[in-house]
Ligand binder design. Structure first.
Ligand code: MLC
Ligand code: AMP
Length: 473
């Protein structure tokens, strides 16, 4: 048994049903199956075989889905790359994943041409739920991006759990506007769609200026967003919001904290209480507010069925309800380790428990509330930023002797990065920003650069970032 067998509930048994709307064209599940089979043959013709890596640097499109499904069917390991990444970030992933093929827009063009002549039938490759399906890169606290190995079983467990818990059926109309290169859209979106057999409209990206028109046109019943998307949707005119809300069944938020005020304002405008859940690349989804019952503002709810969660102190011992500890968890959702990084993989676990690095408090009635992270991760618009990566880059630039990057609160993005620099000689800040633009993804570019005499440090010499945050506010 593997993911291909599970996707057969839709790709085979619902072959004639509408599956995917993309830019005015509707594809049936049978067409999606056939397209990915042709793509699988085209990849095989390029020499790809089970266990090889395929890196994909593409925006959302049906081709992205064809490539993912082709890899699932062949046992090729799919490696999605954030399209906002620039050369430096790309080079690291390309050398680490060591792919047989790397697909950009130009390469896609020729691959599509060779797929067109291929057979739409494809024989089965022996794969199990333990076979690796994807390597998804997460920035590490060390500043080096690591590939999380996600198996067929991880994706299947996650998708089937969400379908059941969030009552997703083939009657749903699902609007997906998040980037497919991250697990929110790939692990949740694509899998909930294929395992439920619902109709999905895929957008290249979320554009808030067009959101109202898209919602009114497609009339979705199901939508997944990051908090920034919900903040943007608060700009919807009241009449349109009411109409959208009447058709809608479920709005889900995750990837970053949803402010309780946004949940409340959204409820007033759309008449729906957003269901907030918590996950991460290494584990897919962990904890979710209930479909029925109270969706508590500021809380992420209860562990999903089959997942065991503990709240532990720094010695790994359980803390009582009401006290803060780190989220430890185990279950079929937990990844198979970091690609070619045995030590990092070992360090991520305490025995059989995966250490998430997220801090949380459990209430007496079992609701979990996240309250920060062990590391100084910044989340901007749902994209993760590890300050250390930017700091190292800044310190390579002329004149910069020390750098500290901190997250500053932002009304739409949640947080944005701000850089504090100690200069050994005159630093041209405009030139520095331009250099950052060339080398770093747009969301990682500090919104402000501040020159300071020295960075505040504690007795051990560690930079006290909380003091900078206060200065920056
Ligand atoms: C954002 N940008 C994009 C883009 N998304 N560019 C191309 N394609 C995309 N998909 C860039 C823009 O160029 C711009 O750069 C900046 O980001 C903000 O764009 P905006 O137009 O002002 O958009 P905004 O209304 O702010 O909304 C941005 C957003 C986007 C929320 C739609 O950030 C987004 O899609 N975020 C989702 C990230 C995600 O899926 N995370 C899940 C990780 S998985 P510039 O240069 O102008 O600033 C995870 C686990 C879990 O965390 O639990 O789910
Ligand atoms: P990523 O490494 O991109 O998979 O991001 C995972 C991180 O996003 C988690 O470790 C959390 O810190 C954060 N996250 C995901 N969902 C939520 C949520 N609902 N509330 C707060 N933080 C979240």
């Amino acid at each position: 048994m593997n993911l291909r067998d599970r996707f057969a509930v839709s790709l085979f048994h619902r072959a004639a049903e509408p599956a995917l709307e993309w830019q005015g064209t509707t594809h049936t599940f049978g067409e999606i199956d056939a397209r990915s089979n042709r793509m699988a043959h085209a990849l095989t013709a390029r020499g790809l075989t089970r266990g090889d890596r395929l890196c994909v640097y593409l925006a959302n499109s049906p081709d992205f889905i064809d490539l993912f499904l082709a890899c699932i069917k062949l046992g090729v390991i799919f490696v999605p790359i954030n399209i906002l990444y620039r050369e430096r970030e790309l080079n690291h992933i390309l050398s680490d994943a060591d792919p047989k093929l790397y697909i950009t827009d130009a390469e896609l063009h020729s691959l599509r041409a060779s797929a067109a002549d291929q057979s739409s039938e494809l024989s089965a490759v022996p794969l199990t739920m333990d076979s690796p399906a994807a390597l998804v890169y997460t920035s590490g606290t060390t500043g080096v991006s690591k590939g999380a190995v996600l198996t067929h079983g991880n994706f299947h467990f996650n998708g089937s759990t969400l379908v059941k818990e969030w009552r997703i059926t083939s009657d749903d109309r699902f609007l997906l506007a998040l980037p497919l290169f991250h697990v929110h859209a790939l692990g949740n979106g694509i899998h909930c769609w294929l395992l439920s057999g619902c109709l999905m409209r895929l957008l290249e990206r979320f554009e808030h200026e067009k959101a109202t028109a898209t919602f009114l046109d497609f009339q979705p019943t199901l939508f997944f967003g990051v908090p920034t998307v919900y903040v943007r949707l608060l700009e919807t005119a009241p009449d349109a919001a009411r109409e959208i809300g009447q058709r809608m069944r479920l709005f889900v938020s995750g990837s970053a904290p949803l402010p309780a005020q946004t949940l409340e304002d959204f409820r007033k405008l759309f008449g729906h209480t957003i269901l907030e859940r918590y996950g991460m690349t290494e584990t897919l989804m962990n904890i979710s507010n209930p479909y029925d019952g109270e969706r508590r503002p500021g809380s992420v709810g209860f562990p999903l069925p089959g997942i065991t969660v503990r709240v532990a102190n720094s010695e790994g011992q359980d803390v009582p309800d009401g006290e803060t500890g780190e989220v430890y968890l185990k279950g079929p959702n937990v990844f198979a380790g970091y690609w070619r990084r045995e030590e990092a993989s070992r360090n991520a676990f305490d025995g059989e428990w995966f250490k998430t690095g997220d801090l949380c408090v459990r209430s007496a009635d079992g609701y979990h509330t996240l309250c920060g992270r062990r590391s100084d991760l910044i989340i901007s618009g749902g994209f993760n930023i590890y300050p250390r990566e930017i700091e190292e880059f800044l310190m390579e630039q002329p004149g910069v002797s020390e750098a500290a990057v901190v997250g500053e609160a932002h009304p739409v993005r949640g947080e944005v990065p701000v850089a504090y620099l100690v200069a050994r000689e005159a630093v041209d800040l405009a030139a520095l920003e331009a250099t950052c633009r060339q080398s770093l993804a747009s969301f990682k570019i500090p919104r402000r650069f501040e020159l300071v005499e020295k960075l505040p440090r504690n007795a051990l010499g560690k930079v006290q970032k909380h003091l900078l945050q206060r200065t920056g506010a």
